[in-house]
Design a protein around this ligand. Structure first.
Ligand code: ATP
Ligand code: MG
Length: 222
């Protein structure tokens, strides 16, 4: 934990961002999370990649029931939907405990949302620009961010890729923290990562390389 301006101890939030998809961002995040948990830190993993979710699949080896848990546990989309309906509920109701080896470490997962056939329609029903303009989604994300940082040593957020309509809005409140930008190759749009980092403290860059993985989404793991 690092001391905040007011002297309170606060965790660190890392947003894992890449301009392109499929570059190993989620795998890097899952492995960093597993290592931090093994080292005794409390870690919250948040799947904010709502259009292409599924970070839970990297934890299936030690948590075979995790996909079923996601089907029955609310997540980001459900939190945002409830907020827009004027019926917010505690984010703690979304947490899935993730086991890493036999370690008694604390790793919590907040998935992109309850999976199922209606996931896509529930996601598409969310009008993000309107939520930011009329339902104070930005302030809500700030609140979540503060509460997460107060409770965990590390919060690792798997972010959306590319430049979306509300890219800056999303990266504003969630990204006022350190940012791990994953570079895969020269196709990566470095300008975007630069923009993302510009407003952030302590930005860092990971280069994903082939190393022994603690977590992987290999064959048979969904
Ligand atoms: N360092 C690595 N070595 C070998 N394989 C890797 C490595 N990193 C990722 N992979 C594999 O590459 C594929 C894509 O990885 P991953 O899902 O982490 O990418 P992503 O950037 O999160 O993709 P998306 O944009 O779809 O969310 C996966 O099958 C993963 O197992
Ligand atoms: Mg991913």
């Amino acid at each position: 934990m690092i001391p905040a301006a007011n002297g309170e101890k606060r965790g660190v939030i890392y947003t894992f961002y890449s301009f392109k998809g499929g570059v190993g961002r989620s795998m890097a995040l899952a492995n960093v999370a597993a290592l931090l948990a093994k080292w005794g830190y409390s870690v919250l993993v948040v799947d904010w990649d709502v259009e292409a979710p599924g970070i839970e699949r990297f934890f299936t080896r030690d948590n075979p029931g995790i996909q079923n848990l996601r089907a029955n546990t609310p997540g980001v989309v459900d939190l945002v939907q409830a907020k827009s309906d004027g019926a917010p509920f505690p984010w703690r109701d979304c947490l899935i405990d993730v086991k890493i080896g036999s370690n008694s470490s604390r790793l919590s997962l907040l998935t992109a949302g309850r999976s199922g056939e209606d996931y896509t329609s529930r996601l598409h029903a969310l009008n993000f620009p309107e939520l930011f303009d009329k339902h104070e989604l930005g302030s809500y994300i700030e609140e979540l961010r503060n509460e997460w940082a107060a409770e965990y040593n590390f919060v690792l957020v798997d972010s959306r890729t590319g430049v979306t309509d509300h890219w800056r809005d999303m990266h504003g409140p969630l990204g006022r923290c350190s940012c791990a930008a994953i570079y895969d190759n020269r196709v990566e749009h470095r300008g975007r990562a630069g923009d993302s980092r510009a407003s952030q403290e302590g930005a860092g860059t990971f280069s994903a390389g082939p190393q022994e993985a603690l977590c992987s989404a290999g064959a048979g793991q969904g």
